[in-house]
Design a protein around this ligand. Structure first.
Ligand code: GLU
Length: 456
């Protein structure tokens, strides 16, 4: 097969596909950012495997297999009719059914969902589990909504989504704004419409098909990944200080695992600001405030003697606090070049990304140039979706594993991801660069499957 591709070098090929992607998606800044990061890593792969150029693999991969965009009408508690926009991007089914979370947040648009879906392809491949890449969500803002409003919204969202998903087709889960409560409402509506009890969603409750350790998995996984990076430097968690952003599922369980392994996590944040607790974050209190009462983070500072609250929007962020380790666990582009310079000046050793694409391209450059161990999101936060795949396996086998069994598998998966990424970086001449390593290792498995399956 030669097609109409005349490019001879990987560099020319990657550059020409990126120009096309830019021209066709010029208004999708986050999607282009995610694509650029991956493309920059893949040049040596195309030099080594020119058949992927002949098969125009990159241009096919960067075009989602399918995007569904739909109206989500619902009635609020005042009886007013509200309308939101829903999305599901089914990006790649090369190595398994589409798999990835749903995000409910006012910032959600097609660019955000496409960047998340694109990242998910490589992340899911890295887990070693048979899952393709997808993502979805809505610009619905759950903040301040009653349980009944959340339920009505979820039911309307699923009424359309149910036409496009299935246990062997596409298996959504949670992301920002979608936790156990939302998965429950979504699952109830799916079951009611389709009349089938299948593993069509992950992150389910423990009594109705969920997996133990799924709630903890993303945060724990980011810490297990950091442990591998520290071990490679001859270091461990003992006595280390960590700054963590976010106060959702990922941040809470990263903090919990850090404390249990001997580190002290001293910060957390939400959109209203951040908390600095020099005594170490009290995880039970944080859980009570964020998971049970669903309150703002300032309540944490009010309840702890030495903790301070700094409102968002000022100069200071969690990244201004001196620490050995950093775990960005809030959202995309929350850590820029200046923040990275501050962390480096303060002696940070390792950064493990719990959120999706939290560091800008400029920030990543600063970390890599300074010799900081940097665990990119698609590797470091893959623990969540990895345990989702284990939930799917338990559902298919109509069985359930103990917490320790799942946690042990999660640990092995994170260790495996680190080792694969480190080996790929070395093989392609960029030893220690886990960004390049993760992109290449994630890509190769998908590319091989696409190549075997013909031009589809
Ligand atoms: N939203 C999570 C992620 O970014 C989890 C997805 C899943 O479990 O399917 O990977």
């Amino acid at each position: 097969m030669k097609g109409n591709i005349d490019m001879t070098t990987g560099k020319e090929y990657v550059a020409s596909v990126f120009e096309k992607v830019k021209a066709q998606n010029s208004h999708e800044a986050e999607f282009l950012q995610a694509v650029e990061e991956v493309f920059n890593s893949l040049v040596p792969v195309f030099d080594k495997y020119p058949k992927y150029i002949e098969e125009n693999l990159l241009e096919r991969l960067v075009e989602p297999e399918r995007i569904v965009s739909f109206r989500v009408p619902w009635v609020d508690d005042k009886g007013q009719v509200q309308v939101n926009r829903g999305f599901r991007v089914q990006f790649s089914s090369a190595i398994g059914p589409y798999k990835g979370g749903l995000r409910f947040h006012p910032s959600v648009n097609q660019s955000i969902i496409k960047f998340l879906g694109f990242e998910q392809i490589f992340k899911n491949s890295l887990t070693g589990q048979p899952i393709g890449g997808g993502k979805g969500g809505s610009n619905f803002d759950p903040k301040g909504k009653s349980d009944n409003e959340i339920m009505r919204f979820c039911q309307s969202f699923m009424t359309e989504l149910s036409k496009h998903i299935g246990a062997d087709t596409d298996v959504p889960a949670g992301d920002i704004g979608v936790g156990g409560r939302e998965i429950g409402y979504l699952y109830g509506q799916y079951k009611r419409i389709r009349n089938e009890y299948t593993g069509v969603l992950t992150g389910k409750g423990l009594n109705w098909g969920g997996s133990l350790a799924r709630t903890e998995a993303t945060g724990y996984g980011a810490v297990y990944f950091a442990e591998q990076m520290l071990n490679a430097r001859g270091e461990n968690f003992n006595g280390k200080t960590a700054v963590v952003s976010g106060a959702g599922n990922v941040a809470i369980y990263a903090i919990e695992k850090l404390q249990s392994l001997g580190a002290k996590a001293v910060t957390c944040s939400d959109s209203s600001g951040f908390v600095y607790d020099p005594d170490g974050i009290d995880v039970d209190l944080l859980k009570e405030i964020k998971e049970v009462k669903r309150e703002r983070i300032v309540k944490y500072a009010e309840a702890r003697p030495n903790a301070t609250f700094t409102p968002a929007g000022g100069e200071k962020t969690v990244w201004s606090i001196k620490a050995d380790l950093a775990f960005p666990c809030a959202t995309q582009n929350e850590l820029d070049e200046t923040d990275a310079e501050t962390l480096v000046a303060n002696g940070v050793l390792a950064v493990s990304e719990g959120a999706n694409m939290p560091s800008t391209l400029g920030a990543i450059d600063v970390f890599l140039k300074a010799g900081v161990s940097f665990g990119p999101a698609k590797a470091a936060n893959a623990g969540g979706v990895a345990v989702s795949a284990l939930e799917m396996a338990q559902n298919s086998g109509r069985t359930s594993w103990t917490f320790d069994e799942v946690d042990a598998k999660l640990y092995d998966i994170m260790k495996g991801i680190y080792e694969n990424a480190a080996a790929a970086a070395k093989e392609f001449g960029q030893e220690g660069n886990l960004v390049v390593g993760a992109n290449i290792a994630g890509f190769l498995k998908v590319a091989d499957a696409m190549s075997a399956q013909g031009i589809v």
